[in-house]
Design a binder for this molecule. Structure first.
Ligand SMILES: Nc1nc2c(ncn2[C@@H]2O[C@H](COP(=O)(O)OP(=O)(O)OP(=O)(O)O)[C@@H](O)[C@H]2O)c(=O)[nH]1
Ligand SMILES: [Mg+2]
Length: 344
């Protein structure tokens, strides 16, 4: 029976094997959760079943994005936060998104090593779950896999769900800005605050962390950030809610500042709840996820129509100058619309 009135009431996919894995994951079976996360990473029909299951139960966790330039100390800080949260009896999950750039090919292993250095398996932190996710070259994969993995962690009882991404590229910035709380890590160094500004990270930050405060120049970064925040305040860019992102000094390496970082994130969540903005963030997040899925599907259908017999004929006509590209695309789009309701 449809409860929705929009034709969305019918479940798209079922799979008894995945449902069994899902129940086990909810009961705390880590390997089952790991296998489901692999399905999420791969995408496809199995991930649709997972979406059906996890979406029904998720939506409670505090979703925290951590971003910043490569090597700024995101993973080290995340490891500290996880240790701290687990010691408080919470169940944090971490999704470390590996940028697919060949330059950072070793990042997954590096992340694991750095986080494990502070979160030792079997040392009372069994309730934490750390997972790296590769994007395999297409950024579209990330836009689909990260939201679904977040639902899954959430449904499996993890809270908070922390997503670490290098803040380069629009998709990554989108992923972080879709979180409830976006933490932007800025290390000292020539123009790092300016770099963060250029990448559009300044606007999405709810909490700034000047990490590597043990290094010279940390106070300069702090001052630069304060100045930029003053400026955005003057120009009215800080929004109607009157929230000003705090700047927290930390040395993740030495283990200082992590408690202050988490206190700032928790205070931000209180602000979101009090102002009603948490619901807005959640709505934006769901919208972004649906849009990403629609766009991905449309792009795939466009490719398949272009290489279908009709597509090949229409392309040939356009190439020969018989039909202009405007009309050719209209004809092919009509075909896309025709098959949009059916299987690809
Ligand atoms: N001096 C100092 N070094 C730090 C600090 N935090 C992290 N590092 C070092 O900086 C390097 C990068 O740390 P990561 O935590 O891997 O940084 P990241 O931002 O996760 O790096 P990517 O994921 O590769 O972008 C490592 O050698 C860390 O030991 C800090 O507070 N002070
Ligand atoms: Mg990292």
């Amino acid at each position: 029976v449809s409860r929705t009135g929009t034709g969305t009431g019918t479940r798209l996919a079922t799979d008894p094997e995945i449902e069994k894995l899902y129940q086990a994951a909810r009961d705390g079976h880590r390997r089952s959760l790991g296998r489901l996360l692999s399905d999420v990473e791969r995408g496809g029909p199995r991930s649709e079943v997972i979406s059906e299951l996890a979406h029904a139960e998720g939506g409670r966790a505090h979703v925290v994005g951590i971003t910043g330039s490569p090597g700024s100390g995101k993973s080290t800080l995340t490891g500290r936060l996880v240790a701290l949260l687990a010691a408080e009896g919470r169940r944090p999950a971490v999704l470390a998104v590996d940028p697919s750039s060949p330059l950072s090919g070793g990042a997954i292993l590096g992340d694991r090593i750095r986080m494990d250095a502070v979160v030792e398996p079997g040392s009372g932190h069994r309730d934490a779950f750390i997972r790296s996710m590769a994007t395999r070259g297409h950024s579209g994969g990330l836009a689909l896999a990260v939201p679904l993995a977040t639902w899954l962690f959430d449904a499996a009882g993890y809270d908070p769900v922390i997503i670490e991404t290098v803040g380069v590229g629009q998709v990554e910035v989108d992923v972080v800005s879709a979180a409830d709380t976006a933490i932007v890590v800025v290390p000292p160094g020539m123009g790092d605050a300016v770099q963060a500004n250029k990448a559009g990270l300044l606007e999405v930050a709810d909490v700034f962390v000047v990490n590597k405060a043990d290094r010279p120049g940390a106070n300069d970064v702090r001052r630069d950030l304060e100045l930029m925040l003053d400026l955005s305040h003057l120009t009215g860019q800080d929004g109607p809610s009157g929230y000003r992102p705090p700047i927290v000094m930390a040395s993740a390496l030495e283990g200082t500042g992590a408690a202050e970082v988490w206190a700032a994130a928790a205070a931000h969540l209180v602000h979101l709840d009090a102002s009603g903005l948490r619901a807005v963030r959640r709505r934006d997040r769901v919208r972004a996820e649906i849009k990403a899925r629609m766009e991905q599907r449309l792009a795939a259908m466009t490719e398949s129509v272009l290489s279908s017999p009709l597509g090949i004929d229409v392309l040939a006509e356009a190439e020969a100058g018989v039909v202009p590209p405007t009309r050719a695309s209209a004809v092919l789009l009509a075909k896309v619309a025709e098959i949009a309701g059916g299987p690809l």
